[in-house]
Design a protein around this ligand. Structure first.
Ligand SMILES: Nc1ncnc2c1ncn2[C@@H]1O[C@H](COP(=O)(O)OP(=O)(O)OP(=O)(O)O)[C@@H](O)[C@H]1O
Ligand SMILES: [Mg+2]
Length: 253
């Protein structure tokens, strides 16, 4: 796979996050680095902190300690987290979270509101994005009339609404059969090639994880291993520059 221009660098530095007054340590000293254009999968057992990490990188929540920077901007000192989320990050979730009363074309426009586009401009952009996601023939369809894979493709188009350099996907294939899931991953790979996004994809499907340049594994709130693919954009492994590091030792609660 050849390096791709575009996307942003994501640096997570010794990030910890706990819940319930420290009784639940969701992330413990997690450090990792994604290069611009990286496509990295994140795996690990249920409850190990994958969604927590995505939420922190997406500025939906804040770490207790450590720092995260995206494209050189430190998230802890963002003046406008909502602006960062809208302009820099696209989210795709396991369950598409589309608005049932809106058509595909309308759903894709939702993140575009308040960003200075005319109605025609929004519609045109949404149409192009849906075409890019091979759904140009279902613009006027409501989510309930679409298949699971088609809905998830609308969700991907919506995530791209503001042309984000970073796509965070939390088990986007988790509710799909393996063939349909493979189509979503193929779409993400194609979009990365065309647009040069950085993609962090949470998955528990080994076949899906294998498609990425690298796989990071979380266990008990720590990054415990990574698989590097030769020739990838940044084929780094744990403990090496450009890869990820971790603090050793058991999880304490
Ligand atoms: N808002 C919260 N309040 C309390 N505990 C939370 C909260 N969010 C997450 N947790 C806990 O933090 C830990 C990590 O949760 P997280 O959702 O990140 O796991 P995950 O790896 O995404 O799991 P899954 O594969 O099941 O989605 C879990 O023990 C979870 O119960
Ligand atoms: Mg999760």
């Amino acid at each position: 796979m050849s390096p791709v221009d575009g996307g942003v660098e994501v640096v997570v530095d010794k990030v910890s996050k706990s819940f319930e007054d420290g009784r639940i340590q969701a992330l413990v000293d997690v450090s990792l680095r994604l290069q611009p254009g990286d496509f990295v999968s994140l795996t690990g057992p249920s409850g190990c902190g994958k969604s927590t990490l995505l939420n922190l990188i997406g500025a939906l929540d804040r770490p207790d300690s450590g720092s995260i920077s995206v494209g050189g901007r430190r998230l802890e000192s963002l003046e406008n987290p909502a602006g960062y989320r809208a302009g820099t990050v696209g989210f795709v979730f396991q369950f598409h979270n589309l608005i049932p009363t809106l058509t595909a074309l309308e759903n894709v426009q939702v993140p575009m509101f308040g960003r200075g586009l005319t109605r025609r401009g929004r519609e045109e952009r949404a149409r192009l994005l849906l075409e890019e996601c091979a759904l140009g023939h279902r613009l006027k369809s409501h989510p309930s009339t679409l298949s699971g894979g088609e809905r998830q493709r609308v969700a991907v188009a919506r995530a791209l609404a503001n042309d984000p350099p970073l796509l965070l996907a939390d088990e986007p294939t988790g509710a799909l059969d393996s063939a349909t899931g493979a189509q979503i991953v193929a779409l993400l790979l194609a979009l990365r090639e065309q647009r040069g996004m950085t993609i962090l994809l949470v998955t528990n499907d080994g076949d899906v994880a294998e498609e990425a340049d690298r796989t990071l594994r979380l266990r008990d709130g720590r990054v415990v291993e990574g698989r590097a693919v030769p020739g990838s954009v940044s084929g780094s492994v744990p403990g090496t520059a450009g890869g990820l590091t971790r603090a050793a030792g058991p999880r304490s609660a």
